[in-house]
Design a protein around this ligand. Structure first.
Ligand SMILES: [Zn+2]
Length: 323
């Protein structure tokens, strides 16, 4: 199960700067700028629809693939169309992935490869069903290829060294796994895609890095780190519903947003959280401000995307066209 794979990941964490700035304490009391709390900020330029890389026709069903291979920790989009098509889903890595309808344009599904998925060829089975009860299944080869991941050695300051603990990581991943296992069958994101949570972002530590903390704990980086100062507004990448808002040991103050159909984004190490669980939010809405909470060695923002229970490269995800 891919979901079991997630628990195998070691976890996260962030941090690049080995120093802790003076004044880091007390940021929780810093108020948001008055104009930053409500108005959504939408970054421009929705991605254009790409041409499919390959097309397969069988039994009156057309399957378009928008990828040739999928790298570890990345996603791939599938499109299914056919006269009278009533629904579609896929089976991959023993997981079933429900496809979402797009008015007048059939069904789309998002496939995701875990960053630790063994790189080889797999069977991708597409199931399509029709108004007249016809059922079609199409088996295609899907090549998972090796991702390009760096190695990092990270030193945690003594006051947070207790967070360099495999047991704490396992517990936190299990909690996230439980949140990500919710599959809301609603297309909650909007057609303009997913945007960066912080404007004018500078990326620092990459997704998927093999990390060693304090020379002992081996783990993987489950998101991207963005350079930031304390107290910078953090926006929802896309519309959705808040699936979790609270405190975790490693991620600190965290918000998890459910965008529907197995797509989640997480916003970590926050100093303040401005949303509550179950709340509907819109793309660009300020959901909190940056901080230095959890297993962090300096102010920064850790941003994750999970699809079908697997952490995926959040930057690649923002560059993936989604209807
Ligand atoms: Zn990070």
């Amino acid at each position: 199960m891919k979901r079991a794979g997630i628990a195998g990941f070691a976890l996260v964490l962030c941090l690049l700067m080995a120093w802790r700035p003076a004044g880091a304490q007390g940021i929780e009391d810093t108020p948001l700028p008055a104009d930053a709390t409500q108005a959504p900020i939408i970054t421009p330029t929705p991605l254009p629809r790409p041409a499919p890389v390959s097309t397969v026709e069988q039994d009156g069903t057309t399957v378009e693939l928008f990828f040739s291979t999928i790298a570890q920790g990345q996603v791939g989009l599938v499109h299914v169309i056919g006269a009278g098509l009533a629904g579609a889903r896929a089976r991959l890595f023993d997981d079933l992935i429900d496809f979402f309808p797009v008015e007048g344009d059939g069904f789309y599904g998002l496939l995701a490869a875990n960053m630790e998925q063994n790189p080889r060829s797999y069977d991708l089975t597409i199931f399509a069903w029709y108004d007249d009860n016809r059922r079609v299944s199409i088996v295609l080869p899907l090549d998972i290829v090796r991702g390009d991941f760096i190695r990092q050695d990270i030193t945690m300051a003594p006051d947070r060294a207790y967070l360099v603990d495999a047991e704490i990581e396992r517990g936190e991943l299990a909690k996230l796994e439980s949140i990500f296992s919710q599959r809301t069958p609603e297309h909650l994101w909007d057609a303009r895609g997913f945007q960066m949570p912080i404007l004018n972002s500078t990326l620092t530590s990459p997704f998927g890095a093999f990390r060693t903390f304090n020379g002992i704990l081996q783990t993987r980086h489950t998101g991207w780190d963005i350079r930031t100062t304390l107290g910078v507004p953090v926006m929802a990448s896309a519309s959705g519903v808040v699936a979790y808002a609270g405190r975790m040991d490693i991620r600190g103050n965290i918000v998890v947003v459910d965008h529907g159909y197995g797509i989640f984004t997480t916003y970590n190490h926050l100093s303040q959280i401005h949303v509550t669980r179950g709340q509907s939010i819109v793309k660009g809405q300020i959901i909190g401000v940056t901080g230095d909470t959890g297993r962090s060695s300096g102010p920064h923002f850790h941003w994750e995307v999970a699809v079908n229970g697997a952490f995926v490269d959040s930057i690649q995800f923002t560059q993936t066209w989604l209807p």
